[in-house]
Ligand binder design. Structure first.
Ligand code: PLP
Length: 419
C-alpha cells in the first residue's frame, strides 16, 4: 500500500505538469525519412518538413557517415562491451579523440556518451576533488551565464557548493563577470567561468572574445587562476566558416571546450578538448566517463567520418549553404512581418509570439500542414516571451524555405499572430 501512495503522488505530479501545459511526453514518433536531400520525416504515414532538428549540416543521413557506421559495427560490434578503462576503449575512440583534438587545435580530447554527461562530469571534477584523498580542495568560485544550459546547471549543483561560491553574470554580459571577479579577489583559490557558446533557446553567440579578455585580466589575481569552460554544443559543426563554432565566430578561445557529436556532426556522443593535463585529470576523475559506457565503435566511426567531412571542402560548402539559408530566412520572415525574440545569426531562429496559446496554435497549425517546429513556452522562457524555435539546415532547399514561409504566414494569420 505505501508504494501505491507514492504512485498516487507521482500521478498527481504528472497531472500538475499536464495542467500547467508544459508536458513533453506526447512525442511525435518518426517512422522513417523520405529520400529527399532535404530533411523530411514520416509520422503516421505522412511526410513532414523538419524545421526543428539540430542536424544543422544534414550529415545524419550522409552516405559517408552511414558507410563508416556500418563498417564500424562490422569491426567492433554493436556496443562498446565495457567502460573505457575496463575493455571498452576501442581504437576508433582514440582515432576520434585525436581527430577532435586536431580539429579544435588542442592537445587531447575525450569522448563521452553525450555532451550532457560531459558537462556534468567536467564541471563537477574541475570544481571539486573526487575523494577525501584528492589534492584538489573545493575553494572554487564558479561563475555562470544566467541562461546556461541545464547540463551546466546540474554539473554545478552536483558539486554541492556553498551559495557564495556559485555566482551568475547577466546573460551575454561578460564585462559584468569582471565585477564579480574583482569583488571576490581574496576569497577563492581558483575561478571556473562557464558558459554556453550558442544559447539554444535564442541562437545567440556568447562574446568569447570579451570573456577571454576578462579571464586573462584576472588569471594572475587568483592563486590558481581563472579557467574558461565553454559548452558549444550548438556551435561546433554548425557555425563559423570552418565549423569551429563560437570560437571561430566570436574570436575568443576556451580553456576547456565541450562539444556534441549529436547535433551538427550528425552522429551521437559528446566530447571535451583541452590541454593534456586537463584531459589526463578528467580521465581519472570524470564519473560519467569512468563508470558509464562510451559511444559504440560504430557511432565513433560515423563521428570520425563526420569530423573529417566537416573539415573538407564539402563541409565548408555545407557551412556556407547553412549561412546563406539563415540569412534568406531572416530576411523573408522579417518582410512577412514576423518578429524575432533575438537577433540570431545561428541556425536557431526564435520567432517571438509572446503568447502561450497562440504559440501552441501555430505549432499545431503547422503540424497539420506537414511542418515540424518547436514551441518554447514559460517556464523555459520568461512569461510573455513565448516563441517558436525554427531550426534551419544547410540541406533545406530554397523551395523548402519558400514553402515553409508561405505556410507559417498563412497559419499565423489564422491564429492571430499576424494581421
Ligand atoms: C547547450 C547544450 N549543451 C549540451 C547539450 C546536450 O547535448 P547531448 O545531446 O550531446 O547530450 C545540449 C542539447 O540540447 C545543449 O543544447
Amino acid at each position: 500500500m505505501p508504494k501505491q501512495n507514492f504512485y498516487q503522488t507521482l500521478k498527481a505530479e504528472v497531472a500538475r505538469i499536464d495542467e500547467a501545459q508544459v508536458a513533453k511526453r506526447q512525442e511525435n514518433v518518426i517512422e522513417g525519412f523520405t529520400n529527399d536531400p532535404s530533411p523530411k520525416a514520416i509520422i503516421a504515414g505522412k511526410e513532414y518538413q523538419i524545421f526543428n532538428s539540430n542536424d544543422y549540416l544534414g550529415l545524419r543521413h550522409h552516405v559517408t557517415l552511414k558507410k563508416a557506421e556500418h563498417e564500424g559495427s562490422e569491426q567492433y560490434g554493436a556496443g562498446p562491451g565495457a567502460v573505457r578503462f575496463i575493455s571498452g576503449s576501442l581504437k576508433v575512440h582514440r582515432d576520434l579523440e585525436k581527430a577532435l583534438a586536431k580539429f579544435h587545435g588542442r592537445e587531447d580530447a575525450m569522448v563521452f556518451s553525450s555532451a550532457f554527461a560531459a558537462n556534468l562530469a567536467v564541471l563537477f571534477s574541475l570544481i571539486k576533488g573526487q575523494s577525501k584523498d584528492s589534492l584538489l580542495n573545493n575553494n572554487t568560485l564558479v561563475l555562470s551565464d544566467e541562461l546556461n544550459h541545464r547540463s551546466i546547471i546540474d554539473g554545478i549543483r552536483l558539486a554541492g557548493l556553498e551559495s557564495e561560491q556559485k555566482q551568475i553574470f547577466p546573460h551575454l554580459k561578460p564585462s559584468e563577470a569582471a565585477q564579480v571577479l574583482e569583488s571576490n579577489k581574496d576569497k577563492f583559490d581558483r575561478v571556473v567561468i562557464v558558459t554556453d557558446g550558442v544559447f539554444s533557446m535564442l541562437g545567440e553567440f556568447q562574446d568569447l572574445k570579451e570573456l577571454r579578455r576578462v579571464v586573462d585580466q584576472y588569471d594572475s589575481v587568483y592563486k590558481e587562476g581563472v579557467l574558461l569552460v565553454v559548452d558549444d554544443a550548438h556551435g561546433v559543426a554548425g557555425s563559423g566558416a570552418t565549423g569551429r563554432g563560437t570560437e571561430e565566430v566570436s574570436g575568443g578561445k576556451a580553456d576547456v571546450l565541450i562539444g556534441t557529436l549529436g547535433k551538427g556532426f550528425g552522429a551521437d556522443g559528446g566530447y571535451v578538448v583541452a590541454d593534456q593535463v586537463v584531459i589526463d585529470y578528467l580521465r581519472e576523475s570524470a564519473a560519467t566517463y569512468i563508470y558509464s559506457n562510451s559511444i559504440s565503435g560504430a557511432t565513433a566511426a560515423a563521428a570520425l567520418a563526420s569530423v573529417n567531412l566537416v573539415d573538407s571542402a564539402e563541409g565548408q560548402a555545407l557551412l556556407a549553404s547553412a549561412k546563406e539559408n539563415i540569412a534568406y530566412f531572416k530576411e523573408e520572415m522579417t518582410k512577412a512581418g514576423f518578429a524575432f525574440a533575438a537577433d540570431s545569426n545561428h541556425a536557431i531562429q526564435p520567432l517571438l509570439i509572446g503568447d502561450a496559446t497562440k504559440t501552441k496554435a501555430l505549432t499545431k497549425g503547422l503540424f497539420d500542414e506537414g511542418v515540424l517546429v518547436t514551441n518554447i513556452n514559460y517556464p523555459v522562457v520568461p512569461k510573455g516571451r513565448d516563441e517558436i524555435r525554427v531550426q534551419i539546415s544547410a540541406t533545406h532547399t530554397r523551395e523548402d524555405l519558400v514553402e515553409f514561409i508561405g505556410k507559417i504566414t498563412e497559419v499565423a494569420k489564422k491564429v492571430g499572430v499576424l494581421a
